[in-house]
Unconditional design. Structure first.
Length: 310
């Protein structure tokens, strides 16, 4: 009996009591989450205060840490704080060839400024610091304004100011020979004497410039009847080539600066339903191509309406 009782007592003495469940373990995860959130907001607050020097140091540190051998250029504007947080309004880029402009800009309904008209005088106010691209764009527009002024003066001396229109686009200064009956006979690519006179007046202002000159021929929608030119594509291309041939020869412009393109009737100034389309869609454009960066050229159309104010 004693032996049996001893075994029973041993079982009772060797039993392990069950551990109590800890109901507060969630506090550890909660504390970790709150710490991470606090760090996140500190980081967000820190990066919202842009410091160019610290940002450059961070860029260099990341570049070295990832083993890059060359620095990574950071493009864009100045910092957020340097312009007082003011974001400039986007430029209206719907001012291409064939787009009608408001009369307040000094442009006629063809989208070109008449050589006989005065320069526009509307001034737009500027707020905040100007970006480098805007500064360069204003310089380029001033240069184009000087070229336009010289061409206007030369045309006026010969009484030819009504035969040319001007427009500044993202490509540069467009000198449009818009009156087809002045420059070419119907279905012909041979320059008429009056057209030669206009080119003689225009050429001196652009001969010494470094810019390329793109000559672009355009036609109206009427079907051409000619044994030489099957369609308006050939005719517009031949007219552009004829102007290039004159510019490279009698005009004295270096051939490497010139190019000729025929667009047929694909880029009209007026729709077919407009009576003016017959005359004004037949034209040759001399485009003085700007050699500025794309960012600068994108600003030219809007600034071009303020040539006299810059």
């Amino acid at each position: 009996m004693s032996a049996h009782g001893g075994r029973r007592g041993g079982r009772r003495g060797g039993a392990h009591e069950e551990e109590h469940e800890n109901h507060e373990r969630w506090l550890v995860s909660y504390a970790d989450m709150m710490t991470l959130l606090m760090v996140l907001f500190i980081v967000l607050f820190a990066i919202s205060q842009v410091d160019q020097k610290k940002f450059a140091a961070l860029k260099d540190g990341l570049t070295s840490g990832f083993g890059a051998t060359t620095s990574i250029p950071i493009s864009g504007g100045t910092g957020i704080t340097e312009n007082d947080g003011v974001v400039p309004e986007p430029m209206n880029m719907d001012v291409g060839l064939g787009v009608k402009q408001d009369s307040s800009t000094g442009a006629d309904q063809t989208g070109y400024k008449d050589a006989s008209d005065g320069q526009p005088s509307a001034r737009t106010s500027s707020t905040g610091a100007k970006s480098p691209a805007q500064i360069e764009a204003e310089k380029e527009v001033k240069r184009l304004a000087g070229i336009e002024k010289r061409i206007r003066a030369a045309l006026k001396k010969k009484g030819l100011q009504d035969d040319v229109r001007f427009k500044v686009t993202e490509r540069g200064l467009v000198v449009a020979l818009v009156s087809d009956d002045v420059f070419f006979d119907s279905a012909s690519a041979t320059l008429r004497p009056r057209g030669v006179s206009v080119l003689k007046a225009v050429t001196p202002a652009i001969t010494s410039l470094p810019n390329d000159v793109a000559v672009e021929g355009h036609a109206n929608h009427l079907t051409i009847t000619s044994s030489v030119y099957p369609t308006n594509w050939e005719l517009s291309g031949a007219r552009a080539a004829g102007v290039v041939r004159w510019l490279a020869g009698a005009g004295g412009i270096t051939e490497t600066r010139l190019s000729a393109t025929g667009y047929g009737s694909s880029r009209p100034l007026y729709p077919e339903s407009d009576p003016r389309s017959i005359r004004f869609n037949r034209r040759v454009d001399l485009v003085l191509v700007s050699d500025e960066s794309p960012q600068v050229r994108a600003l030219l159309p809007k600034l071009g309406s303020q040539l006299s104010d810059l």
